[in-house]
Design a protein around this ligand. Sequence first.
Ligand SMILES: *Cc1c(COP(=O)(O)O)cnc(C)c1O
Length: 364
Amino acid sequence: MQNLRIPGPTPLPEEVLKALSRQMINHRGPEFKKILVDVTDKLKKLFQTRNDILLLTGSGTGGMEAVIVNTLSPGDKVLSVSNGAFGDRFANIAKRFGAEVVPLKFEWGKPVDPDAVRRALQAEPQVQAVLVTHNETSTGITNDLASISSVVKEFGKLLLVDAISSLGSIDLPVDKWHCDVTVTGSQKGWMAPPGLAMVSVSQEGWQAIAKAKMPRFYWDFTQAKSDADKGQTPWTPAVSVFYALQTGLDIMLAEGLPNIFARHARVAKAARTGVRALGLSTFAEEYCASNTVTAVTAPDGIDIKKVLKTLEEQYQIVLAGGQSRLDGKIFRIGHLGWVNEADIAAVIAALKVVLPQAGFRSTT
Ligand SMILES: *Cc1c(COP(=O)(O)O)cnc(C)c1O
């Protein structure tokens, strides 16, 4: 079996695969209603929220677009806090729909500095909303969302969070940290295939939605909420992904939140310790390193793409490369969802053989 170690999609447990093969049902009937209600209730536990949760058929990026078009109007000023490719994507979506984006950029590989967010909000009193990426998957960094959120709320601004690769894997108490709209995707830490974006909306979020004028049809949250109250979705949902997500959530709740977070912390630590023992450096410093994805700096003079190709062909281990400006400069090990220490040990063992073959000589 392939050891798929990218930051989503992730391998699926046997029970989830079985759930995926179930026969279709009427998405306007009582069986689907039961599933939608159950999945929503279970997601609330994992989001640690009492607020509404909407299930949208689409990928994570679709969910990000949904967050933007439902909460903002063209011409609205938004502060985009970005330290990587996904932070930039959030800003680009807002720009495309006519928001006036004030960029606050941090070096790729460094975490967001909450004090810089405070200075930016002092300098830009007209800002309506702040866009933040909790876990920057492109660089393997988890931003200090608790501190960022408390700064954003000092100024009473709307907080829109891309938690696509953190929710369900890394502690993110959505209500406690006053996240107004928070989005995640089924193929990340949820032991489910791609196809669903899950979004929480706070009271302040709904107030913003009532005023927001960006065009929306497929992603309309007001419509999604009124249909959800009837046990339906506005459009035909990815029924099979619902089956899978429901099963994944059962597995997750049986493990329990603290255990899930601890397992991700353990596995991530094993990944970082393992790559360092090989003489490699992690791209992120230890204090801000992500528990769902480890970015590793490609050693000088080594063709890292060739290394990844060899890992796949000879060891059935699939790692991720770097995105955009980090292409060829880093590689990434995904460790979210259904993952344990043995999966990471296999990656490290294979790297130990393949790297020297590619000419790597450890100096440690
Ligand atoms: C994966 C990811 C996305 C994009 O999700 P898609 O499902 O590929 O559209 C956005 N943001 C973050 C932080 C991600 O990890």
